[in-house]
Design a protein around this ligand. Sequence first.
Ligand SMILES: [Fe+2]
Length: 380
Amino acid sequence: MHPKNILIVDDDKNNVLVLADFLKGFRLMEATTMRETMQVASLCLFELIIINMQTKGLDTIYLIESLKRLPLTKSIPVVVLSDGVNSALEDRAFELGVDDFINLKSSVSTISSRILRVVDYQRCLREIALKDEIAEEKIEQMQKKIIESFASIIEGRDFSTGSHIKRTASYVEIVIRGLLDAGYYLDELTDDFCQACVTAAPLHDIGKITVSDAILCKPGRLTLDEFVVMQTHAQIGGKMIAETLSGMESTLILSTAVDMATYHHEKWNGTGYPYNLREEEIPLCARIMAIADVFDALVSKRCYKDAMSYRTAFEIIRDEAGRHFDPKIVEVFMNLKNEIISVSENLVAGLPDLFPSNISTCVCMRRMPVPSEPACSLIH
Ligand SMILES: [Fe+2]
């Protein structure tokens, strides 16, 4: 809430005294020149600035322009007291955002009432804005809770290695920072988009909750038919998010989550699934998600394999530049090895699982019946 300060720009002491009498609940401050006004207005928070345009030597329009230009003063309501004869000046003042123009020939009671009405109106606007802000914050919290809940369901559902979701979201964040530092995809990597990627990342495998336990938790190799079923998780996941979260306030988070879930198994060379998209046809968020997801699967212990060494995993990622992965993202990823390893080690060893399970392995990466495929093409 603003303090109850009103600034009066007027060189007529009599006017100031009369207004002070009507505005007793306020702390009035005075200025008589442009310079004084700008100085005082930038030092204090005001509910209102009243300008008497008949103040000697004052360029009222220039003063209003200056007040409306400065970040500190531009949102302070302004009321101008005029002689009522210069309509062109009034028009210009309203264009600049003045809240009211009051004729000095009006009665003191009318002048005061109109001033108080402006103050009340501005207070109402602030209250509405504050309520909107609180509501927005609540919605944002709810959205985050929904996403966290969904992410927890996925982790519990496929018995994945506890912190997979946290790690992949962290890798996504690191890669985004790396891309920004390298100057890649700057047009796409707006602040909102980057935040949406990190927020939405935990949902990328949500489609797996529709895959049966027999397939999802199978400790050995999947048959071709089983693999086809497993592949459906990408498309289904995208649809689930679109349908379930369609009421979300932030459509950017929604569309990013849909893209990540649907396209995170597409490959740069067009051999991925579900749509065989290639290169930049694949949304950037999904290209980032792909590398985070694969790397984590490679260095994690699974039911059918031990964890790969970081060295081997990074070699595979490097070799897949231009095949599975976007070469620019691989370049950034390789340059950030230390940060990636640090996240991997801290979240593997340091943090408790969301759903501690006696099944210590998962089926995010499963060996397919195609022995000649490179290791990372086995992720599904
Ligand atoms: Fe997946």
